[in-house]
Design a protein around this ligand. Sequence first.
Ligand SMILES: [Zn+2]
Length: 627
Amino acid sequence: MMLNYIKYVVTMFLISIVIAVSGYSAENYKNFKTAVYCRAYETKEMGDLNWLESRWETISQQVKVDKIYLETHRDMLIVDEETITKAKKFFNDRGIETAGGITLTVNERNRFQTFCYSNPEHRQKVKQIVEYTAGLFDVVILDDFFFTNCKCQMCIQAKGDKSWTRYRLDLLEEASRELILKPAKAVNPNVKVIIKYPNWYEHFQGLGFNLRAQPALFDGLYTGTETRDPVRSQQHLQQYQSYLIFRYFENLKPGGNTGGWVDTGGVPYMDRYAEQLWLTLFAKAPEITLFDFRQMLRPFSADDHRAQWQGKRTSFDFDEMIKPVQSGNGETVTPTTFARAAGYTLEKIDAFLSELGQPVGVKSYKPYHSTGEDFLHNYLGMAGIPMDIVPEFPAEEKLIFLTESAKFDTALVDKIKGQLIDGKNVVITSGLLRALQNKGIRDIVELEFTNRKALIKDFVVGRNPVIQATEEVLIPQIQYLTNDSWEEISCLDNGIGWPILHSAEYANGVLYVLTIPDNFADLYNYPAEALSRIKQTILADFYLRVESPAQVALFVYDNNTFIVESFLPEDVNVGIILKDTVDELRDVLTGDVLSGEKITGWGGRATGEKRYETTVKPHSFRVFRCK
Ligand SMILES: [Zn+2]
């Protein structure tokens, strides 16, 4: 009895020490874990505890951290075991979980030079790095670089008659088993090996990332959700991708996408950094990794990072963010580095994230290893259509959305026919029409994707007057047979018109063709009225849609909650259209109840919908719940 009591007292005493030294850990974010990744360059310094202590203090006073990834290798730099052990102890003593990280680069600065998996010496090296790391940690994550861009003589010879894509897919599937997973589990049977994928998912197959084989082989996936500057960066990734890519990878391994990962690069204003973090969490990532230890110490300044729309109490409020905070030990700390921008954002999102159910979207089938109209889904997401990319044909859906990448399924036309015969609808893009027009689609409807273009500005939606796009838009001309299929939305130039949204009945369903402009970003110039008509068609089975210009995204959850987020630099008016079975629409963050008006259609007849007018601030989101 006495012994038990002593044990109890000692245990409680130890727990209180852990809480005291770990600062925030007893009260970290409730809805997700937060991790910081340390590259080998920084991990190597951590043998010097003074170096580590001061930097860790700066980070941990500004953001609550649950977990640290300690990288053992990058660019042929291997951190010695003594240093890793010291660093692990430093963090574990503070109640912080530790995991291992490996970056499989020979020289990251030399255009991301990877290992050569055709070369026996390189293969041996990779195996050694993996064994070493698995001996030190029970969780090991591979950063972005487990792909290959090697075209050395050995690779050229080994490739033979295969395409580079086929050769590299097979090579890295084999390397996943033989150089990563088997050696890791042989050293440490408990080890979980996580493969982290970067943001260029449309092109993975060309460099050997194998989304068909690897998700089943690895213990978990991890998602690069950084999108950076959508205009000035070479990748030009749309902001919506920070959400959509997480959902896509979750669909590759349901329950197995273990986190999202954001760095501080390509941030023209601080809201852009925050957006990437919250979009990752809107996708329901269970963990967020802040890349990296060094970047968390990057100073910010109002001159460089305070956007011109600040001062309006936007979702990311720069002036709030820079206010002094109480650290875990009661000290008042003035924010100085990106760690606080992360901490401020994560606190804000954590406060309401538990309100949201599971994300839902329009299912879009993207076969494994496919390309075509690359990254187009993200532009549609930015135009207010909630997207959900899936790797298998979702035959159970009442409406499926298909872009050009679906052409990689050679049985696609038969599958589309099957849906239409079942009374379901299919929307295809003009790019997919082009790909399929001599591959069976004419059996459904005789359309011609011509080589002619039109430079258009005027749109006609139904019986409404002509409306104008914000800029001229270059589109392909699609030709059809009069009275066989129908223009739902037309565009005009110099007295002639072409379809923007076209419909064709077949059996019990409808095939729609959505004309995609030559420059996908011109979708943002489509007038709001045209976008609304497109949404009305694609979101017919959703209980809501949002009428607005493009660059206002909608995130829908399965528990009657949704988020409307604007990426525009000024206030925007939005109309939220809900089925009139909804009794109440409430702003979750302010508690305000919005009032809606019944929508009447042609001849004054009720449409069964209500419209709620409201506004969204620049680069801001609003969270709603319906009853
Ligand atoms: Zn090679």
